[in-house]
Ligand binder design. Structure first.
Ligand SMILES: [Zn+2]
Length: 417
């Protein structure tokens, strides 16, 4: 027997899931990639209303399908749409109003864009629709929310999670593929430019954006490694797209990574704090600052509106991998020491140059991983360096040398065995 109350929640969810389903079309997450050049342009976005009812409005050059769902802890509304181009000014989404505290937007995967609306508390999505363009009026996306209780919010979220769980299980079944053939004699290095798409990462004092710095730097480093002829080099992303933390590890594993190097830029409250830091993974953090930086890097998935509660299920497996893991962690320590030694030659390091914390993206137990936080965008001098081509050249040279030394030692050990 289904209560009217439960029925109204389910109904509310279906309304929220939006036009795609209601119009008899396939849901957004099943649609094919649209060519970006033809994608509608979102040129204006604003929040109107107050604490009792708040509306998010976005104007765009063409109509699109929309699907909406909600996630708790923190409270968020995820608006999934086909790929669009965002032409909003840099301040868009920084300030909230009414029940919205802020919003973010960007590409989430090929052919798909996403808007994440941060909430001040639990809400009910009352309306979610797109008005097609007419009479010189642009197309308009409208999301209306009203305040609700935490219980009601969680009921809607649970109904959504239950449907997604079934879809996810089916997707995993299809995704099992054979490992790629290895190019013998070469080591495989996977470079991971941090953040991307909807997840911008840290923002600098003078407008620099972490996701752009990490991509540009990884490209320079990747070219150097490729030019040496010693490595197969792969990237977790080569353009401005969102890649979930777990997917970054999976991409590396699919390529048969011998080494995983994640590239980031730091931010911290104290504007005088600066310098490069090398991070490796550990259960506990070296100190409070390392802990805080890991927590903020680990937030990437939540910021992009990923359902993180559905993940984190591989804890039990960890025990089985204990031996491999110990060996991997030993290799990482060697690599981190190489990095610190080489980086000292080309840039100023933070006073504790190698630190450890629970970074999700470094948790692979079958290949060594390290993260290089190149510098602090919150520090003016560091930010200037991070944008300098000359600095990028010499620092990537140092990292390439650290990688060379690491594998030379590996080769020497292999020939002894
Ligand atoms: Zn980062």
């Amino acid at each position: 027997m289904i209560s009217m109350r439960a029925l109204s929640h389910i109904l509310a969810l279906l309304v929220a899931l939006g036009a795609a389903v209601a119009s008899g079309q396939r849901p957004i997450w099943a649609s094919e990639a649209a060519p970006a050049a033809k994608a509608p342009l979102v040129f204006s976005a604003r929040i109107v209303g107050d604490e009792s009812r708040t509306r998010f409005v976005a104007d765009m050059t063409g109509a699109i399908d929309v699907s909406v769902f909600t996630l708790s802890d923190p409270y968020r509304i995820i608006v999934d749409i086909p790929e669009v181009r965002f032409g909003l000014d840099s301040e868009a989404g920084v300030d909230g109003r009414g029940l919205f505290t802020a919003f973010r937007y960007g590409q989430i995967s090929p052919g798909k864009s996403r808007i994440v609306l941060d909430l001040s508390g639990p809400v009910k999505v009352d309306k979610a629709f797109v008005i097609p363009p007419a009479d010189n009026q642009p197309a308009r996306l409208v999301i209306d929310v009203v305040a609700t209780s935490r219980d009601e919010f969680l009921t809607v979220e649970k109904a959504y999670r239950d449907t997604r769980r079934v879809e996810e299980a089916a997707r995993r079944d299809r995704a099992i593929t054979a490992p790629p053939a290895r190019d013998s004699g070469k080591f495989t290095v996977v470079l991971d430019p941090g953040h991307g798409g909807i997840d911008t990462g840290a923002k600098g004092r003078n407008g620099s954006v972490e996701k752009e710095i990490t991509l540009a730097f990884a490209e320079i480093l990747g070219k150097k490694l490729e030019a040496s002829g010693r490595y197969n080099v792969f990237f977790t992303r080569t353009d401005d797209r969102f890649v979930a933390l777990g997917d970054r590890v999976e991409i590396a594993r699919d390529h048969g990574a011998d080494l995983f190097v994640s590239i980031h830029a730091n931010t911290f409250r104290g504007r005088s704090i600066r310098g490069t830091i090398v991070y490796t993974v550990s259960e506990g953090a070296s100190d409070a600052m390392a802990n805080e930086i890991a927590a903020s890097e680990n937030e990437a998935d939540a910021l992009a509106g990923l359902d993180i509660a559905a993940e984190n299920s591989d804890e039990v497996l960890d025990i089985l991998f204990d031996l491999t893991r110990r060996e991997t962690r030993n290799f990482e320590m060697v690599f981190a020491q190489n990095l610190v030694r080489e980086l000292r030659q080309s840039t100023s390091m933070f006073k504790v140059p190698h630190q450890q914390a629970g970074f999700k993206v470094l948790k692979a137990h079958d290949f060594p991983s390290a993260m290089i936080e190149l510098g602090f965008v919150s520090n003016a001098e560091d930010e200037k360096q991070l944008l300098s081509q000359a600095w990028r050249e010499k620092v990537s040279d140092s990292i390439a040398r650290a990688i060379d030394t690491y594998f030379e030692k590996q080769l020497a050990q292999r020939s002894v065995q």
